[in-house]
Ligand binder design. Structure first.
Ligand SMILES: [Zn+2]
Length: 306
């Protein structure tokens, strides 16, 4: 039999994990292409998964094609390991990929699948971050035709996107995009970095960890390779800025649970209508509460990133 058709099966005659070897091979090829052309939306044959599209099937296919018995996986949703989506995805990998360890600690994980957040602590070269993507193309808001969008990406023509940001400034005095902030990778392609808050965008810049983004429904994979430029679109006189967590007196709000004043905070409204703030990254919050300190990824996050 031809080598191409020979599958690496285990002793019992099964291939490893949920995806068959052909599917993994195709996804890994798309990943290699995505790494070689940073920010380019590489098409792939997205498989049917035993869950609805929109629940992270793109991220899960990346995870399942990369994970091996020596890996430790962390799955987070909105910064939390305990939300329904994260628990179900983690449980699915535990059920189908024998030998894979799972963890809630960012520093222990070799592979991190996430929705809507990048962990607070700096990731390392030994880690891969997989982000779940609902809408991969940032140009979709200004151009309905995919063929035309492809030409615009190829030519690096993002003038209409910049016009949209400019219209925001004219109307609201600032750029109002809170999530999915268009970000230029390696000086050319502009990506939709998935629904992470603006606060997380600077972490993509020169990240030591490989960042892979997978859109299952839209059948696209793209990447921010390690140590690659990631520049949020902005203007010389209106620089990019992240969320502001200062109160009306100019004091940085602290997490009500751990006291941290340098993490991304979720606003919680109590029964009496009072607002309080808590770290969105639950592992970071627990660690900070227990007196552990890690190297913060967002040390430079206070200022503008050009
Ligand atoms: Zn906290």
């Amino acid at each position: 039999m031809n080598d191409l058709y020979e599958l690496p099966l285990d002793e019992a005659g099964y291939n490893f994990g949920f995806l068959d070897e052909y599917a993994k091979r195709e996804i890994r090829r798309a990943v290699i292409k995505a790494i070689c052309v940073p920010g380019y939306q590489t098409p792939y044959a997205s498989r049917e998964m035993p869950m609805g599209r929109g629940f992270g099937t793109g991220g899960l296919q990346l995870t399942l094609s990369l994970v091996g018995p020596d890996d430790t996986l962390k799955v987070i949703d909105q910064g939390s390991d305990d939300s329904v989506n994260a628990v179900n995805l983690r449980h699915f990998v535990e059920l189908t990929c024998e030998g894979v360890q799972t963890t809630e600690h960012t520093s222990e994980a070799t592979l991190i699948q996430s929705r809507h957040r990048i962990p607070e602590v700096a990731l390392t070269e030994e880690q891969i971050l997989v982000l779940q993507v609902p809408y991969p193309d940032p140009l979709v808001v200004v151009e309905p035709s995919e063929a035309r969008r492809k030409t615009m990406h190829g030519e690096g023509d993002y003038s209409r996107l910049l016009t949209k940001l400019y219209e925001d400034i004219v109307q609201f005095d600032e750029i109002t995009i809170s999530h999915r902030y268009p970000t230029r990778i390696n000086g050319h392609y502009v990506i939709d970095p998935s629904p992470i808050p603006r606060y997380d965008v600077p972490q993509l810049h020169m990240s030591a960890a490989l960042v892979l983004l997978g859109a299952g429904r839209e059948k696209k994979i793209y990447a921010v390779p390690p140590y690659t430029r990631a520049d949020p679109l902005a203007f010389d006189d209106v620089p990019f800025r992240t969320e502001d967590f200062h109160d009306e007196h100019g004091k940085r709000r602290a997490c009500v649970r751990c006291g941290s004043i340098d993490s991304f905070l979720d606003e919680i409204i109590g029964e009496d209508g009072d607002k309080s703030y808590q770290c969105s990254d639950s592992d970071y919050c627990n660690d900070y509460r227990n007196g552990h300190t890690h190297q913060k990824a967002n040390a430079t996050n206070e200022g503008a990133v050009q």
